[in-house]
Design a protein around this ligand. Structure first.
Ligand code: 6PG
Length: 256
């Protein structure tokens, strides 16, 4: 899959700061358009470390008042099996870097219940039910998020959809919890049926440590690409944008 075959738009910026600015601008325009058209924006945040700079940038822009945060419903694309006040929690990270600093309605922020002891599967079903109730369905009948923000791990995982796990092939459930052998931990995650029903999927990838993964995703080695879960992100009726900095694009030949 070269740039021409990638099922979406690839944006390369020289520095991490610039690609973060780009994604912040894109996110703000998606939110504003959703709220203008439908009165609300359903947004799923990514975890990990890459979004820290993006969330902090968005928080810093709040004085400009450009984003109607009060009309945004916040969800999480995945979560670790820890309490929401745990340092490893994606919710905790988003709260510290973004949600505590923007005027979202706390009653419209929906952390993933990934620390429900042994009934994680029941908790995943409850989160899926919540999404069915609150996120308007798209053309496919599946709830269509206005925006799902994703990161990519070095092994090509995205959300908590890791290589060689059954969750990659889930076709019915929209949210699952599963044991991830490579981590030795359980995770809760959106599945590709939900990701690929979104109006906008934005993938933010930065740093030298992702260069091999981005090169494999855009490369001509079909096997190498198919081993990357992120290669399955392909919204049926939505927009896919992958925003990378030059460090992550170093091995692709893509030009800034
Ligand atoms: C998580 C994330 C995960 C993340 C990738 C990249 O819970 O860890 O949701 O999918 O996006 O692991 O992580 P970094 O941004 O830390 O490289």
């Amino acid at each position: 899959m070269s740039e021409a075959q990638f099922p979406g738009k690839i944006v390369v910026k020289s520095a991490r700061e610039q690609v973060t600015e780009y994604v912040a601008d894109l996110l703000e325009s998606i939110v504003s358009e959703a709220v203008a058209k439908r009165g609300l924006c359903s947004m799923a945040l990514a975890g990990g470390t890459t979004p820290h700079a993006l969330y902090r940038l968005l928080a810093g822009r709040v004085a400009g008042g450009r984003t109607p945060w009060q009309d945004v419903d916040i969800y999480f694309g995945d979560e670790r099996d820890v309490p929401h006040d745990h340092v490893e929690s994606n919710f905790h990270m988003a709260q510290r870097t973004l949600l505590d600093h923007v005027p979202v309605d706390p009653g419209r922020v929906y952390p993933m219940p990934a620390d429900y002891g042994d009934d994680l599967k029941a908790a995943a079903r409850r989160y899926e039910q919540l999404i069915h109730e609150k996120v308007p369905a798209g053309n496919s009948g599946i709830p269509g998020f206005d925006l799902i923000l994703l990161g990519v791990g070095g092994d090509g995982h995205t959300a908590s959809l890791f290589p060689f796990t059954d969750a990659l092939d889930e076709t019915e459930r929209l949210v699952v919890s599963h044991f991830v052998p490579v981590l030795g931990r359980r995770r809760m995650t959106f599945t590709f049926p939900l990701i690929n029903a979104a109006r906008n999927v934005v993938v933010l990838v930065t740093g030298e440590d992702k260069a091999e993964t981005v090169a494999a995703l855009l490369g001509y080695d079909r096997e190498a690409r198919h081993r990357l879960p992120i290669a399955r992100a392909h919204p049926a009726d939505g927009n896919l944008v992958m925003a990378v900095d030059a460090a992550a694009a170093r091995m692709t030949g893509l030009k800034v």
